[in-house]
Design a protein around this ligand. Structure first.
Ligand code: ADP
Length: 297
């Protein structure tokens, strides 16, 4: 049985209801979304989420959410002195604005004990994390996270990294570029999105993004690009897949996260890379036609 382990931060989401001042609470986060879609696509896989939460009632509800979704949470750490991060969505002239309270979140400590994290990852066939997972780690947490990932890789894990660049989570753009490059050098599979990489690494084209990450040693690089062509490299083989464009987009939240799950669940099972990219793009196309991050497939 394939064991997929996703590492990161799940947050409490408060989304506005029609009545002013009332909100709907749910749970969301890039790596959580990918775990959720991997679970939906592969009922036979073991899908595990590795994070840290508090010991409060909301954290209990998060664990219940994982149970209901049939996502494993045996290695979720519980910390007495921390709670989950939270964001609140406001609608300003129809546009969504996000306010975050995550500076002290429990997930910032998920790598504080490197041996605990390494034990959580030990049995993973696929070890998945993102630039957000890396950005938020406190103290020496980033180095410890990469250490634990590397130990899992030495055992048997295929390391998959989505750079998911969020400059506001980093102390500087230089730190972001340096750490993302370090994580990418470990990765077996890189799943970046070109638009972010163009802004922060100066890539002139999706090919430039692909070549930069391939040069760091990832055997597989798949460059997402909104409605644009997806560029990939697999060993020495390079190619392009053009996704069918969606014109009636409802909400692009989790496009990239669901794409990653669509790609990995096909590719790891042996699908040729172009077929896996087509599946990934089909999943993402479905997701952006629905509202919210988690859209039933
Ligand atoms: P992210 O959500 O990480 O920013 P992208 O915006 O690049 O990622 O989108 C991820 C994937 O979602 C794309 O590679 C593509 O497959 C799909 N996608 C996004 N927008 C569209 C669109 N308008 N039409 C078709 N597919 C899309």
């Amino acid at each position: 049985m394939t064991r997929f382990i996703s590492i990161g931060e799940a947050m409490v989401e408060m989304a506005p209801l029609a009545v002013p001042g009332q909100f709907q609470m749910s749970f969301a986060g890039d790596t959580l979304n990918t775990a959720w879609y991997a679970r939906a696509l592969k009922p036979r896989w073991d899908v595990d989420y590795v994070t840290a939460v508090g010991t409060d009632r909301i954290s209990d509800q998060m664990l219940q959410f994982l149970d209901d979704a049939r996502i494993g949470r045996a290695h979720v750490q519980r910390l007495d002195d921390r709670a989950m991060g939270l964001y609140l969505i406001s609608l300003v002239d129809g546009e969504r604005q996000f306010s975050y309270w995550r500076g002290q979140s429990a997930a910032r400590m998920l790598a504080a004990d490197v041996d605990v994290l390494a034990a959580a990852l030990a049995e993973g066939d696929i070890i998945y994390f993102s630039g957000i997972t890396l950005a938020i780690q406190e103290g020496r947490g980033r180095a410890k996270l990469l250490d634990a990932v590397q130990r899992a890789q030495s055992a048997k894990g295929l390391v998959v990294f989505d750079s998911n660049l969020r400059p506001s989570l980093w102390e500087s753009d230089d730190h972001m570029r340096a750490w993302v490059t370090k994580a990418a050098s470990l990765a077996d599979i890189m799943l970046p999105s070109h638009d972010d990489e163009a802004v922060h690494f100066g890539d002139k084209s999706p090919e430039a993004t692909r070549d930069r990450y391939a040069a760091l040693g990832a055997g597989i690089v798949v460059v997402k690009n909104g409605p644009g062509a997806i560029h990939y490299q697999s060993g020495d083989d390079k190619g392009i897949v053009q996704p069918a464009i969606v014109s009636d987009v409802v909400d692009t939240t989790a496009a990239g996260d669901s794409f990653n799950a669509g790609f990995l669940t096909a590719f790891v099972e042996g699908a040729p890379i172009e077929d896996a990219i087509v599946q990934a793009s089909n999943v993402a196309r479905h997701v952006i036609k629905g509202r919210g991050a988690l859209v039933s497939l």
